[in-house]
Design a protein around this ligand. Structure first.
Ligand SMILES: *Cc1c(COP(=O)(O)O)cnc(C)c1O
Length: 400
């Protein structure tokens, strides 16, 4: 079907999309309405941790759809208990609340911290509610999570903001200390800033944050919506720095592509009372059955080691490419990596790579001077080689 025959204007315009309609996906590959294939390094924005349309999701979704889709959040169901148990058995957390998007999980984390600050008041007997967040951080698109984010321009876009999110600088513990007041209840950060350009928090910084928050009786919240579920080569990125946070949020990879997210906390922090948190779709068996199937794959022996190996391979190939084309190197953790271009050619590369033939390459440029790579966690070395060779071709073309 020709693109012009699709009535795309029935959709609200919220982003500039290319004139393509995707109809099929398999592993690292997408196919558009003209039958053209694309090697996909976006993977639905780092959500398809097992690639497009993996067998285990098709099986879990169809089996659960035939069994029970939603008995309502007022009742227990088996898949949500199974997934919560898998998550608590494999992390430092004791309790799980399931949500439908990363933003919603973070909104829940903010509410949980504020509730905890009401239970654990300051020396003057006042509620604590301020959550220190970070410049260039990204936590979602609800009003509170936009306010918690440190994206340029977001403070005025839908003003007034939700108050109570002073901003510190990543990897600068002094900038955090300076903001702690008798109103502070928590510090919240991405262990690797994803949308901000794949900027990892250092091990030393994470350890200093843990020490500071413990000393000042503050909660440490990690937003692992992008960095969690094996993306960095550990099941959760906080494990890279050997610390234990109080609250964690998950999204993206947890559903392998379907809408699923989670809010996790330690027992002592699980202070919600009946009626304070909920939602119609929260913890529905349809999505949590898929989540359990995905996590079961990630937990198979050798899977995380293969993510680390592939991450190391991608790192080495990006460095070689950077040298060959005179770029500024690379950074990241595991299979969340960025190539630093040194000039604002990211969007041009994305467009040229997508439109090349006969096979296209889908890339992401969260900042105009870098490219971000977020392949499926089961990407093969051949698919990394193929991407590097296609990207090299694009760079050569743009140099001439
Ligand atoms: C994508 C993302 C979110 C928002 O998740 P949605 O599912 O889009 O609401 C929040 N935090 C981080 C770190 C993310 O990468």
């Amino acid at each position: 079907m020709e693109f012009s025959q699709y009535n795309v204007n029935t959709l609200m315009q919220v982003t500039n999309r290319p004139p393509l309609v995707f109809t099929e996906g398999s592993g690292m590959w997408l196919t558009d309405n003209n039958g053209k294939r694309y090697l996909d390094y976006l993977q639905g924005w780092a959500v398809n941790c097992l690639g497009h349309a993996p067998e285990c999701i098709a099986d879990a979704a169809s089996a659960q759809a035939k069994k029970l889709i939603n008995p309502s959040p007022a009742f227990y169901n088996e898949p949500s208990i199974k997934l919560a148990t898998l998550l608590t058995d494999n992390s430092c957390f004791d309790r799980v609340f399931f949500a439908n998007s990363g933003a919603e999980a973070n909104e829940g984390a903010i509410k949980l911290a504020r509730k905890w600050g009401k239970v654990n008041k300051n020396a003057n007997g006042e509620n604590r509610y301020e959550i220190i967040t970070f410049n260039h951080g990204f936590h979602g698109r609800t009003l509170a999570t936009m306010s918690a984010s440190g994206k340029a321009g977001w403070d005025t876009m839908f003003a007034p903001q939700v108050p109570g999110f002073p901003k510190a600088e990543l990897n600068d513990i002094g900038s955090v200390e300076k903001l702690v007041s008798d109103k502070t209840v928590a510090v919240m950060l991405e262990p690797v800033q994803g949308e901000g350009g794949v900027l990892p928090a250092s091990r030393e910084f994470m350890q200093a944050l843990r020490k500071l928050t413990t000393q000042r009786n503050l909660l440490l919240i990690v937003d692992e919506v992008q960095s969690g579920m094996g993306r960095t080569g550990e099941l959760f990125a906080y494990q890279l720095s050997g610390i234990e946070p109080d609250i964690m949020t998950l999204g993206k990879g947890i559903g392998g592509g379907v809408p699923l997210a989670a809010l996790l906390c330690r027992e002592a922090v699980a202070v919600f009372e009946a009626g304070e948190q909920g939602g119609t779709y929260n913890g529905n068996p349809m999505m949590t059955a898929v989540g359990a199937a995905v996590l079961t794959e990630l937990l198979k022996p050798g899977f995380m080691q293969s993510v680390r190996d592939k991450g190391e391979y991608l790192r080495a190939q990006l460095l070689k490419l950077s040298e060959k084309h005179g770029l500024q190197g690379e950074r990241g953790e595991g299979l969340l990596r960025a190539l630093r271009l040194g000039k604002d050619i990211g969007p041009k590369i994305v467009e040229t790579a997508r439109d090349m033939g006969p096979v296209g390459l889908l890339l992401n440029s969260p900042r105009s001077d870098l490219l971000r790579f977020m392949p499926a966690l089961n990407v093969t070395t051949e698919e990394i080689d193929q991407m590097i060779s296609m990207l090299s071709q694009v760079l050569t073309q743009l140099e001439n």
